[in-house]
Design a protein around this ligand. Structure first.
Ligand SMILES: [Cu+2]
Length: 375
């Protein structure tokens, strides 16, 4: 705070980000991280942001969703010259409306977004707002995607659609923390999308309301209960729900290719192909050869195959019942009684009450009645 102005300093620079243990990327970000630091202010705050460019090319920052003077909007060539390497520019404006926003470059966006330059911005309401509830838990993350060949470290910036690292805050499951909440907490999750495609984000076990976007709080009359919310490119959405069901609840993008990690996207379909002796014959020539997917691909989630130095298996993560077969944009909302109010630490796996887990039927199942479409 400097004479009534809240000051921030963002340094655009190369960063090394760990997507998951054993898998790092050479990215661009802010202040040593990608995404950059989350900026939190209060409605009506005067804000001054110093932006220093330590990248090898010019940049700028666009304050996505903000009301501000046109000249502070951060569009290189349109509202300002680009910030040259080594220089610092200053942005000044008032955070005029409360909500969920983000920031990102508006210079060479294809490259700078593909390299991980983005950050979150939350403007809290100054007073009790009729459309903004108080919540017990307030999470936020950005959806981002990278194309990093197994064994390499730098994203391929020309990729338009075929990404292989589908991330939340530049992390991939199983390295994304669970969202830990107390039973009966009111929970808000703010999500922004700076990838090249939309992501239908799906919550198990609860219904939520979409209470806001980068356009502000949504009018009460427009809110509907959902279990999946599509988040288009360049959109922010905030969802809210009452965590009234104890358990471990999956929370993930519903595009099945987005809950996988690298190496899973170019494998031919082998279901029904009988390899027989083929694998052992090939193994004599290529010791690491593996037959993949003749009975489906779930078996791959438990395969220990040799990987290049810097990557992550395509489907990983273990739960109390075995391999989850999930990667990428996946996490778990853990609802617990007895979790302390300020405690976000992982309580471990949910202890399912006796008699509440799907079980193997001990005898012959009831006779199946098929529909007679062939008659
Ligand atoms: Cu997705």
């Amino acid at each position: 705070m400097n004479r009534g102005v809240k000051e921030f300093h963002l340094v655009a620079e190369p960063v090394v980000r760990e997507f998951a243990p054993g898998f790092k990327g050479n990215l661009w970000g802010y202040n040593g991280q990608s995404p950059g630091p989350t900026i939190e202010v209060v409605e009506g705050d005067k804000v001054r942001i110093f932006v220093t460019n330590n990248l090898p090319e010019m940049t700028s920052i666009h304050w996505h969703g903000q009301r501000l003077p046109s000249g502070m909007d951060g569009v290189t060539g349109l509202t300002q010259p680009g910030i040259p390497p080594g220089k610092t520019f200053v942005y000044e404006f008032m955070a005029r409306r409360p909500g969920t926003f983000m920031y990102h470059p508006h210079t060479d966006e294809m490259v700078q977004l593909a390299m991980g330059m983005m950050g979150f911005w939350v403007t809290h309401p100054r007073e009790k707002h009729p459309l903004i509830d108080e919540v017990d838990r307030d999470f936020c993350f950005l959806l981002n995607a990278f194309d990093i060949d197994p064994g390499s470290f730098t994203p391929k910036v020309m990729t338009m659609l075929d990404f292989n690292v589908w991330a939340w805050n530049s992390r991939v499951f199983p390295a994304i923390d669970p969202l830990v909440v107390r039973h009966m907490d009111k929970v808000r999750i703010r999500i922004g999308n700076l990838t090249m495609t939309n992501h239908p984000i799906h919550l198990h076990g609860h219904e939520f309301l979409v209470t806001g976007s980068d356009g502000g709080p949504t009018p009460i009359g427009t809110r509907t209960y959902e279990v999946t919310q599509d988040i288009a490119v360049g959109q922010m959405r905030q969802i809210e729900f009452l965590a009234d069901e104890e358990g471990d609840w999956a929370f993930h993008c519903h595009k099945s290719h987005h809950t996988m990690n690298a190496m899973g996207h170019d494998v031919p379909t082998m279901i029904g192909v009988q390899h027989g002796e083929l694998a052992s014959k090939i193994n004599k020539l290529i010791p690491d050869y593996m037959v993949m997917g003749e009975r489906g691909m779930k078996e791959m989630s438990e395969m220990e195959m040799p990987l290049p130095d810097n990557t992550i298996p395509m489907m990983t993560g273990y739960g109390p019942f075995g391999a989850l077969g999930m990667g990428g944009m996946f996490s778990i909302v853990k609802v617990r009684r007895g979790q302390r109010r300020d405690d976000y630490s992982d309580p471990g796996w949910f202890k399912q009450p006796p008699g509440t887990v799907a079980y193997e039927y001990p005898s012959a199942p009831p006779a199946l009645v098929r529909s007679h479409s062939d008659h």
